[in-house]
Design a binder for this molecule. Structure first.
Ligand code: APR
Ligand code: PHB
Length: 388
């Protein structure tokens, strides 16, 4: 098989890149290790920046998001038992959209199918070759037989545990911080407690009230990474959430059986550079942020925006300028989101080693945020998404 761009991974990064390239007339093939159902079974983030929605629109995959997504103008920050609203639309003129990553993935898969583009699911042993030279190719095993795709470029969109970054491990520099706690998340068929997200700093630990729709809620609790979900039956989860919420939220909270429950670690990670000859990394393959800033999916979208523009420039103008600049351009935005996610995480969680001093600093910072327009605007600019 021959294609222009071989994409490894059918998560949001790989699928969105595939549709952008298709819109520019650049043919591509996606190789995905799992089945489509498995990919769709993962419950992940739920906040889309306007820039991400714009990209979905560009590839004709935003209709359902516009119908079913919830447009939010702000978020609430709670501390000391009191909730404060940050009006992000007033500060920036931009909004966010609540629409699950699972739904984004489904819409992109549908668009890809409708366009008749090739996706090989259950592709085992996917391996990129010779991206340093002029004949890049990707091999894989499907149904016991080995296949090879020759291509002009390889896009490593295969997430944090993918093969692309591993295949260049000698050539990269990594930067990492692992946080000493995790997020225990549940999904329930209950109306959200408030019409906006509530991020709470509490002496028992962070909590977040978020949603997928007006009848499906998602809640998170900071937990120990030693915890196991078996130790968190629904009743214990709801009791602990109530302890961390303000009075009004407790009064409005509707509890119900969980339909999903999981514990996720929190990590900041960046690999540099993001280009190796004719192979590029994009999305979680290159970087991870803690979910506190809602940036993971949006960073995958901005990476593939830059990458698709670089490839378009190459095919239209025979210019390597965009390709040469890809890593630097993408990393400049990545690091700002890494900083923002680290800062939100630092301000909102209970840290085992910073003591009472650290807790007071957090409260001072939160109080400053909700009393200074300049500080609220800075938070808002980052939360709604920095420009591409
Ligand atoms: N071969 C083929 N496919 C692979 C391989 C491999 N060796 N390794 C991983 N994959 C696939 C995974 O099965 C997955 O479907 O690559 C895909 C990567 O998708 P994601 O992990 O969702 O990563 P990405 O597309 O970069 O999406 C951005 O940011 O914060 C997060 O939750 C957000 O998952 C989202 C991510
Ligand atoms: C979510 O809806 O799952 C969500 C929202 C905001 C975050 C993280 C997760 O910061």
């Amino acid at each position: 098989m021959r294609t222009k761009v071989a994409i490894i991974g059918a998560g949001p990064a790989g699928l969105l890149l595939g549709q952008l390239l298709h819109a520019y007339g650049i043919d591509n093939v996606i190789l995905e290790r799992q089945t489509a159902d498995y990919v769709l079974g993962r419950i992940r983030a739920g906040v889309l920046e306007q820039g991400t929605v714009d990209l979905l629109e560009e590839v004709g995959a935003a209709a359902r998001a516009h119908r079913e997504g919830l447009v939010h103008h702000g978020v609430e920050l709670a501390f000391g038992g009191v909730r404060h609203r940050i009006d992000m639309h007033a500060a920036t003129g931009k909004t966010m959209m609540i629409y699950g990553q699972t739904e984004v993935t489904r819409d992109l898969m549908d668009a890809r199918r409708a366009a008749g583009l090739t996706t090989v699911y259950e592709a085992a042993d996917v391996t990129p070759h010779e991206f340093d030279g002029n004949h890049p190719r990707v091999s894989y095993v499907k149904d016991g037989a080995t296949h090879e795709i020759t291509c002009d470029f390889i896009a490593g969109c295969d997430g944090f545990h993918g093969v692309s970054r591993k295949s260049v491990s000698a050539a990269i520099r990594t930067f990492e911080r692992v946080y000493p706690f995790g997020w225990l998340g549940i999904l329930s068929e209950t109306p959200p407690v408030s019409h906006e997200l509530i991020y709470t700093n509490h002496e028992r630990g962070f909590s977040l009230c978020t949603m997928r729709s007006m009848h499906r809620s998602r809640y998170y609790l900071q937990c120990s990474m030693e915890d196991h979900i078996d130790q968190w039956p629904d009743d214990r989860f709801w009791d602990e959430l109530k302890r961390r919420l303000d009075r009004e939220a407790v009064d409005h909270l509707v509890t119900g059986p969980s339909i999903e429950k999981s514990i996720a670690p929190l990590r900041s990670f960046v690999a540099e550079p993001m280009r190796f000859g004719k192979m590029f990394l994009a999305g979680d393959a290159a970087h991870i942020v803690p979910p506190t800033g809602a940036k993971g999916l949006n960073l995958a979208a901005s990476d593939v925006h830059y990458l698709s523009q670089a490839l378009r420039e190459f095919y239209d103008e025979k210019s390597y300028a965009g390709i040469d600049a890809y890593s630097t351009t993408a990393l400049a935005r990545v690091w700002k989101a890494v900083r923002f996610s680290w800062w939100m995480t630092s301000m909102l969680h209970k840290f085992p080693d910073t003591g009472e001093f650290g807790a007071r600093i957090q409260l001072a910072e939160l109080d400053y945020l909700v009393s200074s327009q300049a500080a609220a605007t800075s938070l808002s600019e980052n939360y709604v998404g920095l420009p591409f």
